[in-house]
Design a protein around this ligand. Sequence first.
Ligand SMILES: Cc1ncc(COP(=O)(O)O)c(C=O)c1O
Length: 379
Amino acid sequence: MLNQTDENAASRRRTVHGSINVRELRALGLNRDDLLDFSASISPIGPPEGVWEAIRSVDLSAYPDPECLELREAICRHLSTPSRELPIERVLVGNGSTEIFHLLARAYLSDRAGRAGGGSAMLLTPTYGEYEGACRLADAVVLNLDADFSDGFRWDIGAACSLISDKEPDLVIVCNPNNPTGVYLDRREVEALAGAASDAGSLLVVDEAYLSFVENPWDSLELLDRANVMLVRSMTKDYAQTALRLGYALASEDVVSRLRDYQPDWSVNGLAQKAGISALEDAGYLPRARDAVFRAKKYLSTELTALGLEVPRSEANFILVKVGDAPKWRSLLLSKGMVVRDCTSFGLPEYIRVGIRSMADCQRFAAAIAAVAPAALAD
Ligand SMILES: Cc1ncc(COP(=O)(O)O)c(C=O)c1O
């Protein structure tokens, strides 16, 4: 289904996010330390050990490197193989991957980018709200291609390609695997989007914030052979460094330098840069984090299904749970010390999203949901 939003200037609401909202906690008289946050989906094993020492080594009175040179070199070492070397000119580091979406909107969609009346972006929805938020700030026209809610939230990729050809948006943004549905497009589907985007003169942006937690991923780096594709990744999620804010984009040199022109110097702080380098050097970390996610996710999905709740297939480190009345379940679970993401703002008011935490936390969650289920399902 296609719907077009052109009242952008009129409503500049902030994007709704998960995680613990301090204002809400104060109003409810709750203490942050008493809560388990299942509303954000980050590595469940905490940051890599070496990160703390790396942070302590930072001179807090020195400006960070505005070019993030050493971190970009570390990213290239991490991603290069003997047959494929990634040059640092193709890497842009951001203050979280969120900064990169805002740079994209400014560089491709705003008036300053030479777009009279703003550019246009096509989003495959329901998805991460910050894409639309960034596009709205740039006064862009936003086209949404909705997934089929009756078919596991998958998109009709043929229809998406036709829409790209028809509307020729400046940007096409797809989240893979998708937040909040956990749908993971295969190589053929993303290549079809990239081909249509190339013919239409659009930049295809693939947000891979949760890719590290897909059990059998395909090698998306091959997409970088195409000049019109950008991959965006989140180190805050991969390495549990959410508070530091760290993400990066991989794209052609031209695209990277175009975004860099819009990026304020020092937006990536010195602690995040050092922590990022240290995390990338810990080769054993991601396999451990992945293993913890896979075991806890399997446990939680089985437990929730046994309670009679519908848990659609998810390839990411979170699951959707169909509960009927998401706001009500969220507050019932909050009373048990568990924070979940009410998916109403995604257009999914019957679902909550549950991030995969450690096995012990998931066991507590299963017990909490079993305790609230009778009351929640009663009326
Ligand atoms: C799909 C998606 N992309 C990007 C982000 C932002 O991540 P970062 O912490 O790297 O800014 C989020 C955060 O929830 C997300 O869900």
